[in-house]
Design a binder for this molecule. Structure first.
Ligand code: GTP
Ligand code: MG
Length: 318
């Protein structure tokens, strides 16, 4: 199961209470301060690929600070809690709406601060009150709900209607072995493959109404928000390739109009299934989009060479 969303609760540890104590023989107050509660941080872990760890456990709390002691002893600080998340995780604080993005494995992002420790009664001694009988309680740590969303970090995204051959292309271009089958909705979750150090994402097919929640694809469109190139797959088998193109463009636009600004190349897939004349007609129709259009078939190595060269020119030789 690929989990790309989770809501968790994070709490900083409570601060330790200040202590009320006195030195023997009435020599004044001796109660120390409580220790600060631990903080909660998020940190990127390159070995994680999804948010599955947050399906079962959703509540996370750092350690409380220790109460102040006698003889001016300050309580120990609570241990921090560091939660590992995949690179590409966007964490939004539901209360403040502030969002943080985890982009590397070095930075720790604080998401809930521990409470301050309370001051012991030493802090309350004055010239007129030399035996203060009160101390402060430790503060509660911050508690927030965090909405975690994972956006896969891919260079290239494969998009298109169901059954147009996206997964077959991913398998052919990369070392991926994603299931392919002659019916729609074979792919139910995103897959990544690596081609010459470039990460290619295959997302489930889009259908009309996807942006209103039909089918599966739109839920996964967030994974192509960061790609540098969209390979828009349109099947040669279709009798209305222009409408296929429009359907996918409309759904992307409704989801996030910025997606339409991305560099896009059309692949007329399964080109082996139509004769040359039909192919030329269909390619010409697609050229009206002003995008580059290439015919491709998983059974045609020379067409794959063209595609690979085009990818190399765009990404690898610059
Ligand atoms: N003849 C021919 N068939 C192909 C080609 N590429 C894919 N197919 C077939 O088309 C069918 C659909 O391919 P998939 O790769 O599963 O399509 P998809 O776009 O990933 O489909 P969904 O995951 O359902 O969205 C499979 O039966 C493939 O074998 C091709 O170049 N030529
Ligand atoms: Mg597929």
């Amino acid at each position: 199961m690929f989990v790309d969303e989770a809501v968790i609760t994070v709490s900083g540890g409570k601060g330790g209470n200040g202590k009320v104590a006195f030195f023997p023989n009435r020599r004044g107050p001796s109660g120390g301060d409580g220790g600060r509660g631990g903080n909660v941080y998020l940190k990127g872990d390159a070995n994680l690929t999804d948010l599955y760890t947050f399906v079962r456990k959703k509540v996370f709390k750092a350690q409380d600070g220790v109460d102040g002691g006698i003889f001016k002893m300050t309580g120990a600080v609570g241990n921090d809690l560091i939660l590992s998340v995949p690179i590409g995780t966007l964490a939004t604080n539901k209360k403040s709406s502030i969002a943080f993005e985890v982009t590397d494995t070095e930075t720790q992002i604080i998401v809930a601060k521990g409470g301050k420790g309370g001051r012991g009664n030493i802090a309350f001694a004055t010239s007129t009150s030399q035996t203060p009988r009160h101390a402060e309680p430790g503060e509660q740590g911050e508690t927030y709900e965090l909405h975690l969303i994972l956006k896969l970090i891919a260079d290239i995204g494969l998009i298109g209607l169901p059954n147009v051959g996206k997964s077959s292309l991913l398998n052919e271009l990369t070392n991926a072995a994603v299931k392919t089958a002659p019916y729609p909705f074979t792919t139910l979750e995103p897959f990544l493959g690596v081609h010459e150090k470039l990460v290619i994402a295959d997302i489930p097919g889009l259908i009309e109404g996807a942006s209103q929640g039909k089918g599966l694809g739109v839920k996964f469109l967030k994974h192509i928000e960061k790609v540098g190139l969209l390979l828009h797959c349109i099947s040669s088998e279709s009798d209305d390739i222009e409408s296929d193109y429009e359907t996918v463009m409309t759904e992307m636009k409704k989801f996030n109009p910025e997606l339409l600004k991305k560099q896009q190349i059309i692949l007329l897939t399964k080109s082996d299934l139509i004769d040359e004349k039909t192919q030329i007609q269909r390619l010409n129709k697609l050229k009206k989009t002003k995008l580059k259009v290439y015919p491709i078939s998983i059974y045609n190595p020379s067409q794959f060479q063209v595609l690979k060269k085009m990818i190399a020119d765009l990404f690898l030789h610059t």
